[in-house]
Design a protein. Sequence first.
Length: 144
Amino acid sequence: MSKKYPTVSAKELFICINPRHATEEERWQGLPAIIPGYRPCADAFLNHLLSLIHRYGNKEASFYAEKLELETKDLNSVVYVLTDTRFAEFLVEYSLLMACDLLAHTDMDIKTVASRCGYSRSGLFRAFIRNYRISPTRWRLRHR
């Protein structure tokens, strides 16, 4: 009998780019008074990884492996077990959620948003086109 490890997606973990006060409903759910920007999960490793992603944005897997004092292949394996997604895919999805939050809730220009999320301006544009079929500027206009 094979039992699958429970997994979690980037969308389930992401809340907002900047820490904020929890709503009353979130407090009832047991979340802390200050929301760190991601939904803490039962896995301490994933919580630590998310805090690094919030700080550094979209970087190479080797960058995060070094920060976590792991081999890159081990980082990829652990993230795959926890999220059922390759690390690179998880990172792109999570960093795009960060960019979307900044686009929707701030007046930062696209270049600053891209930089904050670990992209070049053109890299963010390509990621948005590939994943959302729309430019970051148009995405902002539709979600404000």
